[in-house]
Design a protein around this ligand. Structure first.
Ligand SMILES: Nc1ncnc2c1ncn2[C@@H]1O[C@H](COP(=O)(O)OP(=O)(O)OP(=O)(O)O)[C@@H](O)[C@H]1O
Length: 426
């Protein structure tokens, strides 16, 4: 998904070493159907729907023998002349698994997707027969550290619940280390909302009633994450998964999450289209960044289109100004990166390419009031909706407006959002 450039995708988990992020080739993922029909597999793609994988792993005998020697249990390889992990990993440290392979007590079914940090596969617990999903973290020291952090966060999120409480955050079932790869085991869900929109609602979006149900569950999740004193920091449709029946969603991927006191000011936190203005401007941030991201997701769920598809952080600010009007001056005055985007008089400086010189130039772009409207985004000209839906769409517009208030202190809280009229049944 092109919700942000790959470079930004890499930067947003700032604690990862640059070297570790170099991806020369993506993990080799071949669709099962292609293998059966003898077709050439399409290029590997993150979160591709139902894929299968047949790759060349070392024979089990070899790898078990290596494991028995106990020399590959950590990232330190005892004999530097032999890179044992190369046998199991591709050049970028992704684990080359086999369908049917047993990792710990889990038998692998099929790949679900691969991101910058891991390969995600569906599997079965051979002891209980339970379906699970395993995130196999890339074999790189800093990604291993990030994975450990993700486990700590998931423990906090999962432990902070009473029995039967619906948190709408994914449940971690287990974790283990296998051939130098940290593996995190999750409850199995079906597909991401990104995949769901692509499948059922590209450029048209999902039904109003589906958006209402998902919105309610998203705010329950945000309230729970906030009560656990965690910021998710990467909420987007790719990181929200639905169950088979499509009536329950869960937030996944706590790999960018952290506790509030750890908040580091960086303009690349959160995938760009879902990135709140306080991050871009370099202000202290808190739970309100996740509310902003959810607001952007709701608009996208209803329309199948991105609300703020800025090409750069500067372009994101332009869109914010167009939809929301000028920033409060006091917010700009407190911002660390204000001079990147505003002049001394706090007028926005739009970055654009000079068509003749082909160089980047900054031009003043003074916006005194909004020039675009979220209702028009939800209902572009010519789109007809039944009268009875109009009231609900106006409520959705109001909720999105409240989630995307520029000043984070004035943005709606998850608790208040749960009481919003849009979440009430039709
Ligand atoms: N519990 C789950 N059930 C079903 N599918 C899942 C589950 N967890 C992850 N996935 C699928 O795997 C994809 C990648 O998961 P995740 O975002 O956790 O990995 P990642 O390596 O952190 O990815 P990225 O680098 O893009 O952030 C998800 O978009 C989703 O399609």
């Amino acid at each position: 998904m092109d919700s942000c450039s790959s470079e930004e995708d890499l930067k947003k988990r700032g604690k990862i070493d640059k070297e570790d992020l170099k991806v020369k080739s993506k993990p080799e993922i071949k669709p099962a159907t292609a293998a059966i029909k003898n077709e050439a597999p399409p290029p590997p793609k993150k979160s591709a729907p139902v894929l299968d994988m047949f790759s060349d792993s070392p024979s089990d005998e070899t790898s078990e023998a290596l494991q028995d020697t106990n020399i590959v249990d950590t990232n330190v390889i005892v004999n530097p002349s032999i890179n044992l992990s190369e046998n199991w990993d591709d050049a970028d440290g992704y684990y080359k698994f086999k369908v049917g392979e047993i990792m710990d007590k889990y038998q692998i079914f099929e790949p679900l997707g691969s991101g910058v940090f891991s390969t995600v596969v569906s599997a079965k617990n051979t002891k209980t027969n339970e379906d699970v999903v395993i995130k196999i973290i890339r074999n790189r020291p800093s990604m291993n550290r990030a994975g450990q952090k993700e486990i700590e966060i998931l423990q906090k999120i999962n432990n902070n619940t009473s029995a039967n409480q619906k948190t709408h955050c994914v449940q971690m079932k287990d974790h283990f280390s296998y051939r130098n790869h940290l593996c995190i085991v999750f409850e199995a869900m079906s597909m991401s909302l990104h995949q769901l929109i692509k499948k059922f609602g590209k450029n048209v979006g999902l039904s109003l009633s589906a958006v209402r149900v998902y919105a309610k569950q998203l705010f329950i999740a945000l309230k729970h994450i906030k009560n656990s004193k965690i910021l998710h920091s990467d909420i987007k449709p790719d990181n929200i998964v639905v169950n088979e029946a499509k009536n329950t969603i869960k937030i996944i991927d706590f790999g960018s999450a952290g506790e509030t006191h750890e908040s580091e000011i960086t303009p690349y936190l959160v995938s760009r289209f879902y990135r709140a203005p306080e991050i871009i401007l370099g202000l202290k941030y808190d739970y309100a960044i996740d509310v902003w991201s959810v607001g952007c997701c709701l608009a996208e769920l209803f329309t199948g289109r991105f609300l703020f598809p800025g090409k750069t952080n500067n372009d994101m600010i332009r869109l914010f100004l167009e939809y929301k009007g000028p920033f409060p001056k006091k917010m700009l005055k407190r911002s660390q990166f204000v001079s990147n985007h505003f002049n001394d008089n706090l007028v926005f400086m739009k970055q654009e390419v000079d068509s003749i010189e082909k160089t980047m130039r900054k031009v003043p772009y003074d916006v005194t009031k909004p020039t675009k409207d979220i209702l028009h985004f939800l209902l572009p000209k010519g789109v007809q909706v039944p009268d009875q839906d109009m009231k609900k769409i106006n409520q959705l517009k109001d909720l999105i407006e409240k989630c995307t208030v520029l000043d984070p202190e004035k943005r709606i809280t998850p608790q208040d959002a749960l009481n919003h009229d849009f979440l009430k049944p039709f």
